[in-house]
Design a protein around this ligand. Structure first.
Ligand code: GDP
Length: 528
């Protein structure tokens, strides 16, 4: 590689910011995403992300289930430029029923924005998504939204973030009033007041101050709010965590921003600070050391496979996160698992589901590869040394159903579908070990069952029946011989696709008792 090409690669890597927004449904993710896209010029009219969503529902039937439930089952990627940065937002399903795909998509991100509703605080889905990001040690930025509504006291919110999520926080700005009294925020880093004006809270006046005692604040916000602000900030200065970039970078400290997405308040400040502080693509782990994004040889891994985007073609799209080198359309790369060279000729990039052919792409970017059935989730592609990325976490299923076919003549298609959909990572499958041949499916979100049922029918022509069970936990058993008769009460013994014994439990008590009774065995949360 010439010096010029190396420089180009380095510059492109430096520019990239790839992140996901994690939140509980209704916190305002669609709204915030839309405002960010507006700033980036990727869309020009407010409402277009939502409108596009609606239009897709009206015109496409590639996944009936999306239409029926009015939800986004799939994650898409949105790209825009802002002040010289190339921004990739990974969109994750916002519905309560998320799936393993949601988790896997998070591995493609280099940082996360945690969106919290000021009134509701830290909610269930936020916790789950946070934990996945936290395990990877990526930086997490917090945006506390809906400040135009009465919410919780900001100190209580910070305390809740620390107590529930176990991460320290550092407020980058602080609200001046809240709800109807809200008049702006104080930027602690720049020592400036940012005031809303007008009824809609959307015109912003920015005034530099010496510090938070500056008389300007009194002038702008009135005595009462100015005093409250000074008291709060004094307390923060004394008792709060100082800003520490190293801790932010390693995910131990989350910078917190307050704002209101729908009123466009605090969004631009947030975006600018975020792009400044968020990391560019960094090294990625492989089974043999790590790969630097500036390595000249192209490499990447498939983190998600999307079936049936176009029902006429029955195609699948494999989503690839580029980890190193420059991608060029038509290039040949090694498909490491199958040991063959393949040509990447029809790659696509996504903006809220619009598909454009992409000519070049760089580390941090996500491309969609046309998949005639050659990819599996987790597959690595590489131009140089054969690398295998091991970024994808496995999750312990939490919901289990027994599955059977309605028409026994369809057995062959059924087994084929079961095999392919488990390979795609749609569901995990388990077989009973007793006299009755029973098949169980395990998932992390109820929606996965519905999509599974739908795809079995539409792609394999098989009607299935699902019976929801009471099981809530799966534990892979290693370390010795397992006696199935020990798993009769509130539990059962099954085996996974590799014949490893797995115990399913209805509750924590049953699981604890089994572990205590069989101290020689190890009970693992995920497959060994
Ligand atoms: P998502 O489910 O997280 O994508 O949430 P949406 O972006 O669809 O927002 C959920 C609801 O909250 C919508 O009715 C939004 O208009 C509203 N919303 C979003 N941001 C704000 C905000 O800053 N203030 C208020 N009052 N409402 C907001």
């Amino acid at each position: 590689m010439s010096d010029k090409t190396k420089d180009e690669l380095r510059q492109e890597v430096e520019k990239r910011r790839t992140f996901a927004i994690i939140s509980h449904p209704d916190a305002g993710k669609t709204t915030l995403t839309e405002k960010l896209l507006l700033y980036g010029g990727a869309i020009h009219i407010a409402g277009s992300v939502k409108a596009r969503k609606a239009a897709r529902h009206a015109t496409s039937d590639w996944m009936e289930i999306e239409k029926q439930r009015g939800i986004s089952v799939t994650s898409s990627v949105m790209q825009f430029q802002y002040e010289g940065k190339q921004v990739n937002i990974l969109d994750t399903p916002g519905h309560q029923d998320f799936s393993e795909d949601t988790y896997r998509t998070l591995t493609a991100a280099d940082s996360a924005v945690m969106l919290i509703d000021v009134a509701k605080g830290v909610e269930a889905q936020t916790i789950k998504l946070f934990q996945v990001c936290s395990k990877r040690g990526i930086p997490i930025f917090t945006f506390i939204n809906k400040l135009d509504r009465e919410g919780q006291n900001p100190f209580e919110l910070l305390e809740e973030i620390e107590r529930v999520l176990g991460i320290r926080s550092v407020p980058m700005n602080w609200p001046i009033g809240m709800g109807r009294e809200l008049c702006g925020v104080y930027d602690r880093m720049k020592n400036q007041v940012e005031l809303f004006q007008g009824k809609d809270h959307n015109t912003i006046e920015v005034r530099k101050t010496d510090d938070y005692h500056d008389p300007i604040i009194r002038e702008m916000a009135g005595d009462y709010l100015a005093e409250q602000l000074a008291n709060d900030l004094e307390l923060l200065d004394v008792a709060g965590d100082p800003f520490d970039y190293e801790k932010v970078r390693t995910g131990q400290l989350t910078p917190v921003f307050f704002g209101s997405a729908v009123n466009n308040f605090g969004v631009q400040t947030f975006l600018e600070n975020f792009l400044e502080l968020a990391p560019q693509p960094t090294e990625r782990k492989t089974t043999d050391g790590s790969v630097d994004p500036n390595d000249e040889k192209f490499s990447g891994y498939v983190f998600k496979i999307q079936a049936n985007m176009n029902p006429a073609h029955r195609d699948r799209i494999a989503f690839l996160r580029i980890c190193s080198g420059k991608f060029q359309r038509g290039m040949s790369v090694k498909h490491v698992r199958v040991g063959k060279d393949i040509k990447l000729s029809q790659p696509q990039q996504f903006l809220a589901q619009d598909r454009d052919i992409v000519e070049t792409a760089y580390p941090g970017d996500i491309i969609g590869l046309f998949d005639p059935g050659i990819f599996r989730i987790g597959d690595s592609l590489s131009e140089g040394k054969e690398v295998v990325f091991n970024e994808l976490p496995t999750f312990s299923p939490e919901i289990f159903s027994k599955v059977s076919i309605k028409n026994a003549l369809k057995q062959k298609q059924y087994l084929k579908g079961l095999d392919q959909l488990t390979e795609e990572g749609m569901v995990q499958v388990f077989q009973s070990v007793g006299a009755f041949e029973e098949t169980y499916l395990g998932v992390v979100g109820q929606l996965q069952f519905e999509v599974f049922e739908y795809r079995m029918k539409n792609e394999y022509g098989v009607d299935i029946q699902l019976f929801r069970t009471q099981f809530q936990f799966a534990r892979w058993i290693v370390g010795g011989k397992v006696d199935p008769t020990k798993f009769r009460i509130n539990s059962t013994l099954v085996k996974d696709k590799n014949d490893i014994p797995v115990a399913l439990f209805e509750n924590e008590y049953a699981m604890r008792t089994a572990m205590e009774r069989m101290p020689d065995l190890q009970f693992l949360e995920v497959a060994p």
